[in-house]
Design a binder for this molecule. Structure first.
Ligand code: F6P
Length: 364
């Protein structure tokens, strides 16, 4: 009987997930004793009744490295440790199904798991590892907020998309003599906003790591007007907030998903108007466009490196480890170290210094 390896993709999707799946399957093809399965919609495939797994053959993954999304589906709600159950009155209860999960894994004769996901998914990996699960983590997120790896795949593609949006908004801002605000994703990290601001040439970049003062933003806009430029481009991260202010969330009933950041750009538009800005303002929210579509070459390569390395860690039985990019190498780090802290933009970093050197106002 073949050894069974299960792959799951969890959390928000990002460009490059399919390239990891393909790389694992291709590498496994060289070890004929292994059979590769995919769990549908993260670990829901194991926890649902009936169990929903798919065989991942070389034929099935051929050419998928260029496709966005994930062919095995994903979810960023719940999981083995926090499974949502709807009560008759419509409210939700969250239950721990980790013991049930472990039993189902045993019943399916699953020898090892590769869990591809961000911080939430890797916390699940660590929890399962502590229950004795033979698990390897692969980090992914467009937010680039995972520590213990230089980059996650998906991030560079998201930056390309955000930069393309800045390029487009510059021409419409210039034509209409307007201020164009672009709100980008990134959760509580400003990596996408900062990279797109530098690459696209924004005048103002507001990130979660530096609370902004609306007067500083106004001053920067006035200086620009005084220099004869009648338009400006602002990039704001969804997790940015004014000094003394709070984060901008969507109000919604979400039993076990994270709260959704949204509207920081619209709030900034209002704050600028309230502060007396006389230039016409428009705001664009880039949203999930940053997560969809084809991964760029960098992300395809990084994802492929992660996939091959992850399978080799399975062969080495390095359970509880996550693959990581430490330029120029792909290494293994304990998952527990990777989830200890987030990777945020340091206000003292060279990247922030570059932005300041280019005259980009960071709102402080
Ligand atoms: O973590 C990736 C991410 O796209 C964040 O940048 C964003 O805040 C969040 O996921 C959006 O999640 P959802 O897909 O639930 O809207």
């Amino acid at each position: 009987m073949k050894k069974r390896l299960l792959i799951a993709t969890g959390g928000g999707d990002c460009p490059g997930l399919n390239a990891v799946i393909r790389a694992i399957v291709k590498r496994a093809q060289q070890e004929p004793e292994w059979e590769i399965l995919g769990s549908i919609d993260a670990f829901n495939g194991i926890l649902m009744d009936p169990i929903h797994l798919v065989e991942l053959t070389p034929e099935k993954v051929a050419g998928i490295h260029v496709q966005g999304g994930t062919i095995i589906g994903t979810t960023n709600q719940g999981g083995p440790f926090s499974w949502p159950v709807k009560n008759p009155d419509g409210s939700w209860t969250v239950i721990d199904r980790s013991a049930d999960f472990m039993e189902r894994i045993r019943n399916e004769n699953i020898e090892a798991i590769i869990n591809i996901g961000g911080d939430g998914s890797q916390r699940i990996s660590q929890g399962l590892f502590e229950l004795g699960c033979h698990i390897i983590g692969v980090p992914k997120t467009i937010d680039n907020d995972l520590s213990a790896t230089d980059f996650t795949f998906g991030f560079q593609t998201a930056v390309d998309i955000a930069t393309d949006a800045v390029d487009k908004l510059v021409t419409t801002a210039a034509s209409h003599h307007r201020i164009l605000i672009l709100e980008v994703m990134g959760r509580y990290a400003g990596w996408i906003a900062l990279h797109a601001s530098i690459a696209g040439g924004a005048e103002v970049c507001l990130i979660p790591e530096i609370d902004y003062d609306i007067n500083s933003v106004m001053e920067a806009l006035k200086r620009r007007t005084a220099s004869g430029k009648e338009f400006a481009n602002i990039v704001i991260a969804e997790g940015a907030k004014p000094k003394g202010g709070s984060l901008s969330y969507l109000e919604e009933d979400n039993p076990c998903g994270a709260k959704r950041l949204y509207g920081a750009g619209l709030r900034l538009e209002q704050e600028l108007k309230d502060a007396g800005c006389e230039i016409e303002i428009r705001t664009a929210i880039l949203g999930h466009l940053q997560r969809g579509g084809r991964p760029n070459a960098f992300d395809r390569i990084l994802a492929s490196q992660f996939g091959v390395k992850a399978f080799e860690l399975v062969l080495q039985e390095k359970w509880g480890y996550m693959v990581s990019y430490r330029h120029p190498n792909i290494v293994a780090v304990p998952i527990i170290d990777a989830i200890k802290e987030y990777n945020y933009v340091s206000p003292d970093s060279d990247l922030v210094n570059t932005a300041r050197g280019l005259g980009i106002c960071l709102g402080d």
